[in-house]
Design a protein around this ligand. Structure first.
Ligand code: SF4
Ligand code: SF4
Length: 160
């Protein structure tokens, strides 16, 4: 059942039961907080940042991130273009955007701890603001949420 404060519940848009397991979110994850800020918050005890850093390892460069997810290297540029867009609330310079991969992603692109994966993996994407890789199983859900939000006067920048 959806959590009462989840976007699924607030907007009344049901999430699909499962994704199609392309593992992009485990390969090139992009939080909206720069890595130094993330480390600072984690050191101050922020649980979300601590949990995230306990699982995710930063790619050394955007090139490394592209190489790690060859299924759609253009995803990296789409993310950079969106966060640079003046109309979005979260604005970061390209050099402040870090992509991460999960330490529990196996060579076969499957989660090695699937039954015990963290809550934020189970909840992903936890908001319609998530920038999904093309073909992600939650694309329709995010689009349906955006349409609902648009009805309320909130426009969310599209990924394309
Ligand atoms: S949530 Fe989307 S990106 Fe993540 S594994 Fe599922 S289909 Fe892939
Ligand atoms: S723990 Fe599993 S589901 Fe979560 S990011 Fe890592 S590989 Fe993906």
């Amino acid at each position: 059942m959806a959590k009462p404060d989840s976007w699924e519940s607030i907007l009344g848009v049901k999430k699909p039961a499962c994704c199609n397991l392309r593992a992009a979110c485990c390969s090139v994850s992009t939080p909206s907080v720069p890595v130094d800020e993330m480390l600072k918050l984690a050191a101050q005890g922020d649980e979300t940042c601590r949990d995230f850093l306990s699982v995710f390892i930063p790619h050394r460069s955007h090139e490394d991130a592209r190489a790690f997810y060859p299924e759609d290297p253009s995803h990296i540029d789409r993310v950079l273009s969106i966060v640079n867009n003046q109309r979005t609330r979260v604005k970061l310079e390209a050099q402040d955007v870090t992509f991460y991969h999960c330490r529990y992603l196996g060579e076969d692109r499957r989660c090695q701890v699937y039954e015990d994966r963290p809550t934020f993996c189970r909840d992903y994407p936890n908001s319609p603001m998530a920038i999904l890789v093309k073909g992600c199983g939650y694309t329709d859900w995010v689009e349906a949420c955006k349409q609902k939000l648009a009805q309320y006067g909130y426009a969310i920048e599209n990924a394309d």
